[in-house]
Every structure is written in C-alpha cells, then in structure tokens.
Design a protein around this ligand. Structure first.
Ligand SMILES: [Zn+2]
Length: 425
C-alpha cells in the first residue's frame, strides 16, 4: 500500500488550496488570451523551487498571438536519479469568459465550505494544482525514483490548442523518447478515466443565388430558399439517420453515444448592420450555414462528409438553379486509448486504492488536447484524469471541491509510482 505517499499528499492540503486559488487569480480568459505570461511564469517559478527545469515557449504566429496577448506556454521537467520513463502532466491555463450569473468574484480565488470558487477552478486549475502536489509528494517519498516527471501549463485549449499543445507537439515536446505517458487533468470526475473523444468535422455550406429587386424576386434567385431546401433534407433524412448510429465508445453524457450534428449558425442576405434603419429590398445571392458534426470510431471521415455532399448533389440535380460550395473548417479524428494501456492501468490502480472501487471508463463528447498529443506527438498512452465535476465547467460560480482535489492528487501520485517505479505500493 502507498500509505506514505497518501500521507505526503494529506500534508499538503493547504498548499494545494493556495496554489489553486493563486492560479485562479490570473484572469487567463481566452479569447483574447489575457495574463498568459504571468500565469505561466508563476507556475514555472513554483516548479523551479522544487528543482524542475523550466522552459517558456511562446507560440509566435499562432492564432491570436500578439505582443499584447503572447501565447506563452511553460514546460517543466525533473529528471530522476536514473534513466526511465517520463510521465507528463499537461494542463491548459486558459479559461473561458465569465458570462453572467456569478454571485462571487470569478477571479478572487475564494475558498468557502470546502470549495475553491472561480473561473477555471474546475476547468482546470484545480487539476493542474493537484498534479503539482502529486508530483511533489511522490518526489519527497521516493527521491531516488528513476525516469522523469514533466508538468506543462499550456494555452488556448479552449480555442483548439493551436498555440498550446499543438505548437509544442510540433516542436517535439509530446513525443518519444522525451515523453512516454501523458495525463491531462481535465475535470472528468475523480473516479473516472477519460480514454478519448469523438471526432469533429466543422464545415461551411454556402448556397448561391442571384441578386434582384425584392419586389420582383422572380428575376433573381433566392439563396436562402435554397438553404431552406438543404435544411429540410437534413430534417427528413440526415438527423434521423445520425440518431440511429450508436457507438461502443462509452461517451458521457449518454445522449452523446451516437452521431450528432449541430447547426452552428446561418447567415443569408444582408447583414443586420442596417439597424436601427431599414434594409433595402434585395433577393439574397448567398446563404451560409456552419455545421458541427461529431462522429464515432465506427465512422470514417470520408463517409461523414459524403452523407452531406450526396444530399447537396441530389438537390443540384433536382432543384432548379441550385448551386453550392462546401468548405472544411476543422477536422479531428476520434480517439480511444486502450484500457490495457500502461497509463490507464496505473491510474486505475490509484482509483481502486483511493476509492476501493473500479474506475468508470468514459469518452468525452467534445475534444480536448489529447488529439494533438496523439495525432502530432504520436503518444497514444494518454488519458484525461482529474478532479472537478464536468457539468460545472464554463458555468457561473464554477468551483472545485478541496476533498476531490486531494483524492485526485493521491490517485495521480499512485499513478506516478506505478509508471515510474513499476510498483503498486
Ligand atoms: Zn478544460
């Protein structure tokens, strides 16, 4: 058993709370990417005190990077006494906008009733703090450990991760032999292991028309009416078909255990800039629709796309003057780490010891930085595991439970012991 390790975590509860609150006090709101540098520097300084070597990597030229809003990432590494595997904890330091409905200051790091409140408390500064405390406890109990521990604080996860994990992965920070196992402490609940996520395809469909005077619409060709035909076909054929495609992936919530598509936006005709005046009478010559299609391991992207294009092609044959264009905006393939993978087994061991039960294995309905670790870094021994209740993420009065963080840190510390020292106690 890992009693000394668990005690070393318990000894650090105050540190854990303070670190979480401190991290929340940096208002790292994305967009635009506020306070990234001071937050990364704070985390780096904290880890340097423990003996980590730190690097600060600004992702110049990535979306949103500017001198006012530099995309600054921190990667810290501690090499053990002898060679061995490297376990990397990756957390994003960016948070989403606060929105309305808060009853506490979102950036004060308020500690109350066993919880730390604030934007990013659960998603995911609490998880980041738990991983730091787990590493600290492990290093104190086993100072001679082989291998290495890395902790990174990366930016822009909420906007796709291009200036964060994707950028670092392209530079080799998420590849062998530097890194072997990756744990991303996203708020998936303390007793669940997240193995991956569904796939994503975003696209923009544009129907074409011909502008004319609105009093004589027969002289033009209305692009919005063409889009209406597209939407009707989606309702009649596509949505029912997607609903019938169920997956063996254990996606949570269960409603996402099938193919889904969201219509993200639709724009046709004049913009609304005429307000507070009146629009001019025109037949719209363009209508644009963006779709957000989430797909399953059982589906391939080519088929996902052809389901849409075959509808559009059919409308082109059947409907007078129908013409369209379709543009890809984003593609992410679905991912699912095997349950037999070392990092899954190590964290499962920790969950069994701390909670005396088997973990739940889940898949996230949306993507997170694991996609870049796998697709760019080619590290497939990667999971998301961390404290915090997923449903609280991005909501007003976001919080993380202190007891949950402590238990998660214990699980992570045991995971480190299994992965680095090859021992379960
Ligand atoms: Zn997150």
């Amino acid at each position: 058993m890992n009693e000394r390790l668990l005690r070393a975590v318990d000894d650090r509860v105050d540190d854990l709370v303070e670190l979480t609150a401190d991290l929340i006090r940096f208002p790292t709101v994305n967009p635009p990417g506020e306070a990234y540098r001071p937050c990364a520097e704070y985390l780096g300084a904290r880890l340097e005190k423990l003996g980590f070597e730190t690097e600060f990597i600004r992702a110049e030229g990535t979306p949103g990077d500017a001198d006012r809003y530099p995309r600054v990432n921190v990667v810290a590494r501690f090499d053990g006494r002898s060679p061995g595997a490297c376990v990397h904890f990756n957390s994003h330091i960016d948070v989403v906008e606060t929105g309305k409905g808060w009853t506490v200051d979102p950036f004060a790091g308020l500690v109350k009733d066993g919880r730390v409140y604030g934007r990013g408390a659960c998603d995911m500064k609490g998880g980041l703090a738990a991983s730091v405390i787990a590493a600290e406890a492990f290093m104190e109990v086993y100072p001679d450990f082989p291998g290495a521990i890395e902790i990174s604080g990366t930016v822009d996860e909420e906007s796709g991760g291009f200036g964060g994990v994707a950028h670092l992965a392209k530079l080799g920070y998420f590849s062998k032999p530097k890194v072997d196992h990756v744990i991303i402490p996203e708020p998936l609940n303390k007793d669940r292991i997240c193995l991956g996520h569904r796939g994503v395809w975003w696209a923009e469909i544009e129907t074409k028309g011909e502008i004319a005077h609105g009093s004589m619409p027969f002289l033009g060709d209305n692009a919005v009416r063409h889009m209406g035909a597209v939407l009707q076909a989606f309702e009649d054929e596509l949505f029912p078909a997607l609903d019938r495609k169920v997956t063996r992936m254990p996606v949570v919530p269960e409603g996402a255990r099938r193919s889904t598509m969201n219509i993200n936006s639709i724009h046709g005709g004049q913009t609304e800039d005429f307000r507070p005046g009146l629009p001019s009478p025109n037949v719209p010559d363009s209508c644009r629709l963006t779709i957000d299609r989430r797909f399953l391991l059982e589906e391939d992207l080519a088929t996902v796309k052809s389901e849409i294009t075959s509808i559009l092609e059919r409308l082109k044959r059947e409907r007078k003057k129908f013409d369209y264009e379709i543009r890809d905006l984003m593609e992410v393939l679905p991912l699912m780490t095997e349950r037999e993978a070392p990092v899954v087994k190590a964290v499962a061991k920790g969950i069994m010891e701390v909670f005396d039960r088997e973990p739940d294995y889940v898949i996230s309905p949306g993507t997170y930085d694991q996609k870049h670790v796998a697709r760019i870094g080619h590290i497939y021994d990667c999971i998301a595991y961390g404290p915090g209740i997923l449903d609280l993420a991005h909501r007003p009065d976001e919080w993380v439970g202190i007891a949950d963080m402590v238990e998660s840190a214990k699980v992570m510390a045991i995971g480190l012991n299994v992965l680095l020292r090859g021992t379960t106690g």
